[in-house]
Design a protein around this ligand. Structure first.
Ligand SMILES: *[C@@H]1O[C@H](CO)[C@@H](O)[C@H](O)[C@H]1NC(C)=O
Ligand SMILES: *[C@@H]1O[C@H](CO)[C@@H](O)[C@H](O)[C@H]1NC(C)=O
Ligand SMILES: *[C@@H]1O[C@H](CO)[C@@H](O)[C@H](O)[C@H]1NC(C)=O
Ligand SMILES: *[C@@H]1O[C@H](CO)[C@@H](O)[C@H](O)[C@H]1NC(C)=O
Ligand SMILES: *[C@@H]1O[C@H](CO)[C@@H](O)[C@H](O)[C@H]1NC(C)=O
Ligand SMILES: *[C@@H]1O[C@H](CO)[C@@H](O)[C@H](O)[C@H]1NC(C)=O
Ligand SMILES: *[C@@H]1O[C@H](CO)[C@@H](O)[C@H](O)[C@H]1NC(C)=O
Ligand SMILES: *[C@@H]1O[C@H](CO)[C@@H](O)[C@H](O)[C@H]1NC(C)=O
Ligand SMILES: *[C@@H]1O[C@H](CO)[C@@H](O)[C@H](O)[C@H]1NC(C)=O
Length: 736
């Protein structure tokens, strides 16, 4: 169990062993520039106006929340090799504030793996300082899109600190400040407007990655649904009083894992790309991150939902993986990976992102059902290790102290573990159990019993050194906007868990007659991360999702009870009577940072930072890839990079004799790779994937950065820039 050894200065051997062990063993499967211009009117026709309802006050805002794109682990796959080395697309936080004249609610969706308790607490503290009690624990929901290529290092519980090199202040600050800034922008925007809702279905963009677990749900229940993942896309359209669109918020259940763990560039993945496309559309070609229209694509009950729709195959033989345990005859779990629909991960990201964007855009255009009525918000802190649920007249069940099962270390077909763990394990492995017992201690009998049939790998609820490995106090929260209920879930619910939750909340809300025709949406990865939430039946199979249901087999039952309580309180207008619950800890001591400070930069002899090492060609055609390599500094020396860019693609305007920026590092078409070499030299390679729509003309690529050098004993950080030769983009292959 957690050692009582006091924490002091530096890393002990034990800590090093722990982190090594952890980095080896984990396989967790699991995204921001705003120069707020006045919103450009949206040309879609006015929704047919029925009786005029009282408008809401509405504010929308977007802000860059990208942290240092180098050496910080990317959060999601828990792959120790996957540390940031450049930017594919930037990460943004998107905030939506609604006010009915008496009550105000805030929903934020940020391009990150998940919101952590630490980030939420830091955001709430900052909001308290700026706005007093206007924005607080009860009326602010923060949700992550679940990109696995966002930056990590923003957690306060040991397990997550170990898998993302600790609590990294330079990573936490841009995330917290970006989220707060998106709320600031939405706050300053507040004006009368209307909301419309619509829903539709999206096929060919998601599949169940644990069908074996899903099949363990009762047959009668399964028969109520056509598909083993939820296909619905729910859209809220925000307009001003003239009917001009100002923003869109949608929910769809799919993992943002189209980019796989071999990608090292910060990326907002498929969901981020959907936001990117709709914002580019509505903001009429402004640079990404600019323009007033804000399009949020929020995560939902995506626990068992993969975007890699060609499904899992053995990478070595091409054969399907074992249905039950996702293992390959040769090479085991490591060889089993899910791919598609594209030829590579970029194309897959593009296809899934475009599918989601097109569906949402269509639903947005068709949204005519106005959302009216009061706003409510209900929130509680719950000690999830200590919930008793009456499941029938005679039986009560309990939640457990957190623990992860063996199949957690197996990972998923979207990105597996490195070791010989296999999904679906209901028996331990003496080899790994032995190592675990020796290093971190044996799980107590009570915990083993409580989690049956999960073979416990890490009894995280009994590991408290240097800080608890997992949280006990968890946020449960519901916002209602008229007849739309947003259920903020502190983790990843599987398809069926989400269905049960939506049904329970709808039933409670409608039970008192105050609510009709309620649309319940699951907002996943909200407020705090507690891994997965499967149904009791899925849990029995102990695939990755079941093994990662940390509060035991009755986790979902406990949440259903708690969220029913919140919904009932809203329906009865008795939210003020809900107990607040035990406050979560905000650790001041014991946080550790395993990421050493970035060293000084060196450059090749007789060169300068920003010099071109590999030059562009003189001529390209649309569809080609331009590439240029510069002598670079470590991007971590660029400090807070929000609202800046490492890259510009510029076109020469021969009427004004000036260069106009047409793409930056947030653009889908650009890729900024940072390549770290030996002896502290590094390169930046910038690629521009020339779209077919690019006008012919003269272009250049520029790169901006900073390098660190010692001046005597003082480190000095100096900006540099580099510019490629001018090249032409032309339709004709033969230039001359
Ligand atoms: C996975 O299941 C198959 C049978 O379905 C079995 O032959 C194989 O040994 C299992 N692999 C592992 C690693 O447990
Ligand atoms: C990741 O995607 C690339 C293609 O973009 C592919 O070559 C590679 O095999 C994939 N790796 C895994 C582990 O899925
Ligand atoms: C949660 O409940 C358990 C069991 O009652 C208790 O031991 C623990 O102290 C509680 N945790 C907190 C943070 O209050
Ligand atoms: C209550 O649930 C328990 C545990 O699932 C079960 O064994 C028992 O039969 C149930 N009792 C009734 C009356 O349904
Ligand atoms: C995993 O590898 C270890 C060491 O090689 C071995 O002892 C153990 O039996 C293996 N476990 C499984 C399930 O194959
Ligand atoms: C669990 O129970 C067994 C048998 O009752 C006992 O021998 C063992 O020491 C217990 N283990 C722990 C960790 O308490
Ligand atoms: C660097 O420049 C000096 C002076 O011009 C020259 O003597 C030396 O050979 C150059 N070194 C390299 C590696 O080009
Ligand atoms: C940087 O580019 C130069 C010139 O192409 C190459 O020799 C060197 O290996 C590159 N360094 C890294 C770290 O990629
Ligand atoms: C300016 O650029 C346009 C588009 O490339 C070209 O058609 C035109 O001839 C150019 N004018 C001059 C004066 O170069």
């Amino acid at each position: 169990m957690g050692s009582k050894k006091s924490v002091c200065c530096g890393l002990s051997t034990r800590e090093v062993i722990l982190s090594l062990l952890f980095i080896l063993m984990t396989a967790v499967s699991v995204t921001l520039i705003t120069l707020m211009a006045t919103p450009t009117p949206d040309p879609t026709p006015h929704p047919t106006s029925g009786p005029q309802h009282k408008p809401y006050l509405i504010g929308v805002g977007r802000a860059d929340c990208t942290g240092p794109p180098a050496e910080v682990p990317l959060m999601g796959y828990a792959n120790s090799q996957q540390n940031a080395a450049g930017i594919h697309t930037r990460l943004f936080s998107r905030a939506f504030i609604i006010d009915d004249g008496k009550k105000r609610v805030v929903f934020v969706t940020a391009d990150v793996g998940m919101i952590s308790q630490r980030v939420r607490l830091e955001v709430l503290q900052a909001l308290q300082v700026k706005y007093g009690d206007l924005y607080g624990r009860d009326n602010v929901v923060l949700s992550g899109t679940h990109t696995h290529c966002g930056l990590g290092g923003y957690f306060q519980y040991t397990l997550f600190m170990l898998s993302s090199k600790g609590y990294i202040k330079t990573s936490v600050e841009p995330l917290v400040n970006g989220i707060v800034k998106s709320i600031d922008i939405a706050h300053s925007y507040m004006r009368p407007g209307r909301i419309y809702r619509s829903r539709g279905e999206l096929g060919d963009s998601s599949m169940n990655r644990s069908p074996h677990s899903y099949m363990n749900n009762p047959e009668e229940e399964r028969h109520r649904y056509k598909t083993n993942t939820d296909k619905q896309v729910v859209v809220l359209k925000f307009t001003d009083l003239d009917g001009d669109g100002i923003g869109m918020l949608s929910w769809f259940a799919v993992h943002a894992v189209s980019m796989n763990y071999t990608n090292l560039m910060v990326s907002s993945d498929n969901m981020g790309y959907a936001s990117y496309l709709l914002e580019q559309d509505k903001n009429h070609g402004e640079l990404p991150g600019q323009g007033g229209f804000v399009a949020g694509f929020s995560s939902s009950n995506l626990g068992d939902v993969s975007p890699n729709i060609k499904g899992p195959h053995c990478m070595n033989t091409g054969l399907p993986c074992d249905y039950l345990n996702s293992s390959c005859p040769v090479g085991g779990t490591k060889m089993c990976k899910a791919f598609g629909p594209g030829e590579d991960m970029f194309e897959s990201t593009r296809i899934i992102g475009e599918n989601i964007y097109k569906k949402a855009k269509d639903l947005y255009a068709k949204a005519t059902q106005e959302v009216t009525g009061f706003l409510h918000s209900a929130h509680q802190w719950v000690n999830m290790t200590d919930v008793t649920v009456q499941i029938n007249d005679t039986h009560t069940v309990r939640t457990c102290k957190p623990a992860l099962g063996h199949s957690f270390a197996a990972g998923t077909t979207d990105g597996g573990g490195d070791l010989n763990f296999t999904q679906g394990a209901v028996e331990g492995d003496p080899f790994w159990d032995g190592i675990r017992d020796a290093l971190v201690g044996e799980p107590s009998n009570e915990t083993q019993e409580c989690h049956q049939p999960k073979p416990i790998l890490f009894s995280t609820g009994e590991m408290n050194w240097p800080l608890p490995w997992h949280p006990q106090i968890v946020d449960v929260q519901i916002l209602t906007i008229g007849s739309v209920a947003v259920v903020a879930i502190p983790g990843e619910m599987t398809t069926m868990s989400g269905r049960r939750m939506r049904e329970a909340v709808k039933q409670e809300l409608q039970s008192e007659g105050a609510f009709q025709d309620v649309e319940v949406v699951i907002a996943g990865l909200s407020n705090i991360y507690t891994h997965y939430i499967t149904t009791f039946e899925e849990y029995q199979v102990q695939r990755y999702e079941g093994a990662s249901t940390i509060f035991g087999p009755h986790t979902l039952s406990a949440y259903l009870q708690k969220y029913r309580g919140l919904a009932k309180a809203i329906a009865q207008d008795k939210v003020s009577e809900l107990p607040v619950g035990p406050q979560p800890p905000f650790f001041e001591k014991g946080l550790f940072n395993l990421l050493a400070a970035a060293p000084v930069d060196r450059k090749p002899e007789n060169s300068s930072f920003g010099d071109v090492l590999e030059q562009v060609l003189p001529v390209y055609r649309q569809g080609d890839v331009v590439s240029v390599t510069f002598v670079a500094g470590n991007p971590r020396h660029s400090g807070d990079i929000r609202d800046k860019t490492f890259v510009t693609v510029e076109i020469y305007d021969n009427r004004t004799n000036s260069w106009d920026v047409v793409y930056n590092d947030a653009s889908w078409e650009t890729r900024f790779h940072w390549l770290k070499g030996s002896n502290r030299q590094s390169n930046s390679t910038v690629e521009w994937h020339i779209p077919p729509s690019a006008p012919s003309g003269s272009y250049r690529i520029r790169h901006f950065g900073h390098y660190k050098q010692m001046k005597g004993l003082r480190p000095v950080i100096t900006p540099y820039e580099g510019t490629s030769d001018v090249f032409r983009v032309t339709q004709s292959f033969y230039y001359y």
